[in-house]
Design a protein around this ligand. Structure first.
Ligand code: DX5
Ligand code: ZN
Length: 217
């Protein structure tokens, strides 16, 4: 059985009651906390920064999966490590020296992820795969929660799964954007290992049930 993890995206949490939502994730079947960092430059939105990451870290009993949607992430790798990131993902499109960036993330003691926007062919990762612990396939254009899943993401996951398997690697595939109980099974079957879900978890009456349904799809 392949690894199947669920990472609720705190972007859709209630920031006025953050501790309640953190506690919910702690008690749920979720595996990681997914934290979206947006700088208003790489993506047309600004989310939150170090104080929130640190606060989540202080209450979380599960690893923090930090997704950087920022330009020039190299400037902040150490600060995110210090804030509590266990997994740190940078964007392929934001890194001219990806090999160096991923190596630096690992040298700082974190797991290293690389994310691709919907227009970037997954085949572009062929020479970097062995340096990444995880590839994050964006299944919406990054920047906002609550968008619709882009359907060709399924074939992108399948192609990446083949590439990873053909190289005999254990790189995880994470999928982010428009994910929920309705498409989780299809995504796991296509080869995904980690499903990120924001609105499908936090904008429902029963987040525990939503997480359980994604995890056991
Ligand atoms: C989008 C973020 C996602 C977002 C997903 O740019 O990277 O993590 O929170 O939200 P949903 O699950 O609502 O599409
Ligand atoms: Zn994300």
């Amino acid at each position: 059985m392949m690894t199947r993890l669920v990472a609720p995206s705190m972007l859709s949490a209630d920031f006025a009651n953050l501790s309640c939502d953190i506690e919910m994730v702690n008690k749920s079947q979720a595996d990681w906390f997914h934290l979206d960092i947006m700088d208003g430059v790489f993506v047309p939105n600004i989310s939150f920064g170090f104080p929130i990451v640190e606060r989540v870290k202080s209450l979380a009993t599960k690893p923090l999966d930090v997704h950087l949607m920022i330009v020039d992430p190299d400037r902040y790798l150490e600060r995110f490590r210090d804030a509590g990131a266990d997994w740190l993902t940078v964007h392929y499109e934001a890194c001219p020296h990806l090999n160096r960036t991923l190596s630096q993330i690992k040298a700082l003691g974190m797991k290293a992820g690389v994310s691709v926007n919907p227009h970037t062919p997954v085949e572009n990762l062929i020479d970097i795969l062995e340096y990444a612990d995880m590839v994050l396939i964006m299944s919406v254009n990054p920047g906002f929660g609550g968008q619709s899943f882009i359907s060709n993401s399924i074939s992108r996951i399948e192609r990446l799964r083949k590439l990873i398997d053909s190289k005999g690697l254990s790189t995880l595939i994470e999928v982010d954007g428009g994910v929920g109980p309705g498409n989780a099974k299809q995504l796991y079957e296509a080869g995904a290992n980690v499903l990120v879900a924001g609105s499908a978890v936090f904008k429902t009456d029963n987040p525990f049930d939503a997480i359980e349904r994604i995890k056991n799809a």
